[in-house]
Design a protein around this ligand. Structure first.
Ligand code: PLP
Length: 441
């Protein structure tokens, strides 16, 4: 990096970067972290799991004992595919969602984010199409963009991905002479939409993809965090013939939301042949996933009441979801609508009239509340009339206060627009105590 003149930073390497870096730009969530982490701001933006309910003493003891008793293994390189004992336990975790799997077909990854990266690396050439829900998880969009894949969004409604829209998208991609490689879907407690794909659509979506020769990338970090009902059967568990589960589905899992994101342990379940490629790609990237972290997760699953812990997480998140939905109902201006999640971390809000979430964000931060504008979740820059609220991290009191602050900002904007019309209103109606961070521009 070089600098020219005050405040102007030039990147002296620009003409030497690979083509693929052109799609690598900082996500809006990342830019937000700097601002939203100030204590005076109620952040309804980031999706950080709330670890306050974790039994830290027990986890600390377990980690200490691991190093003392099996330190030479725990601190050593391990297998590129991941620790065999952990892979067996992962199969037991997946069985809770109806998946029958062999540890042979599981590859442990550095969070499910690395699984997204490996799968895209293995399947996508530049210009290949990935079908993805509208909206989609921002981290997945970043990965697809880094591999120069083109995202074609497929509509969702309150029951999840719309099968008819999927058929139409596949036909449109075929008609344009391009090749779609897979459908990326988050069927449970969607990030950011806060909805789940209903049972009946899961078979239909799978059938549509299979007949079009498309793989399904089923990303399921929130599946065990349902508030009202046992987990819905995974798409991966659906039958493709008598006694056989479907091999056209690559399933991604993670311990980030059910245990601890800092350990960075996730996995991908893939058909045998694909698994080989994924392991080679993983070895090229990281040699092997961190052995100590994998052994911590394995020990935690084997010796602690981890399902009881997940149940405690569910209770905590349910209370926060209730606080957010109550506050939204009481405070939001007429015409605002939102989803009603039955699990997970997120509520997807649709703004009234032609309000623009990107324009609103700096004002919201001035009013000491943060959210993520809907545009972060679309590859094509759409989504301005939406925003994502997370209820996972703040206390219920902070959530209520955050929604109250947001509702004031929305009310003011609605009033301004009624008074001055919809164009060109950027004048803040209250004195700005502090200017919003340039990060948010
Ligand atoms: C839908 C989805 N997939 C993948 C991830 C990545 O999770 P991790 O890499 O921590 O397993 C997240 C994180 O928020 C997510 O929401």
């Amino acid at each position: 990096m070089g600098t020219r003149g005050p405040g102007v930073t030039l990147d002296a390497f620009t003409d030497r970067y690979a083509q693929r870096t052109h799609g690598m730009t900082a996500s809006e969530i990342r830019a937000l972290f700097a601002v939203a982490s100030r204590p005076e701001v109620v952040s309804l933006a980031g999706g950080m799991p709330n670890l306050s309910a974790l039994p830290l003493d027990a986890v600390g003891k377990l980690m200490g004992e691991l190093v003392q008793t099996r330190g030479t293994q725990a601190l050593q390189y391990g297998s590129g595919q991941g620790d065999p004992q952990l892979r067996e336990l992962i199969c037991e975790v997946m069985a809770l969602e109806g998946i029958v799997a062999s540890p042979e077909d599981v590859v442990v990854t550095v969070g499910s984010q690395q699984a997204l990266d490996l799968v895209t690396r293995v399947f996508c050439d530049p210009g290949d199409v990935v079908l993805a829900e509208a909206p989609s998880y921002v981290g997945a969009l970043g990965t697809f963009s880094a591999y120069q894949a083109d995202v074609v969004h497929v509509a969702m409604d309150e029951h999840g991905l719309v099968p008819e829209a999927l058929r139409e998208a596949i036909a449109a991609v075929q008609a344009s002479g391009r090749r779609a490689k897979f459908l990326y879907t988050v069927p449970n407690f969607h990030n950011p939409a806060g909805v789940s794909m209903v049972e009946s659509r899961r078979d239909e979506v799978l059938e549509i993809c299979c007949s079009a020769g498309l793989l399904v990338l089923e990303d399921n970090p929130y599946g065990l965090l349902g508030f009202d009902a046992p987990p819905t059967r995974a798409i991966r568990s659906r039958s493709s013939g008598p006694g056989q589960q479907n091999d056209d589905v690559l399933y991604l899992g993670s311990f980030s939301k059910t245990f601890a994101p800092g350990l960075r342990v996730g996995w991908v379940l893939a058909p045998h042949a694909v698994r080989e490629k994924l392991v080679l790609a993983a070895e090229a990237a990281v040699l092997c996933p961190p052995q100590l972290n994998q052994m911590v997760v394995a020990e935690y699953l084997a010796t602690q009441d981890w399902q009881g812990q997940v149940s405690a997480f569910r209770g905590m998140y349910r209370e926060r979801r209730d606080a957010m939905l109550d506050a939204l109902r009481q405070q939001m201006p007429t015409g605002t609508t939102w989803t009603h999640p039955t699990g997970g971390f997120y509520v997807w809000v649709t703004l009234p009239g032609d309000l623009d979430s990107k324009v609103l964000l700096p004002r919201a931060v001035t009013a000491r509340v943060a959210f993520v504008p809907g545009t972060a979740f679309f590859a094509d820059g759409s989504g301005r009339s939406h925003l994502r609220l997370s209820y996972c991290y703040p206390t219920p009191e902070r959530i209520r206060e955050g929604v109250r602050r947001l509702s004031v900002v929305l009310e003011e904007e609605v009033e301004l627009r009624q008074t001055f019309g919809s164009t060109g209103i950027s004048k803040p109606s209250r004195p700005q105590a502090e200017s919003p961070s340039p990060d948010l521009a």
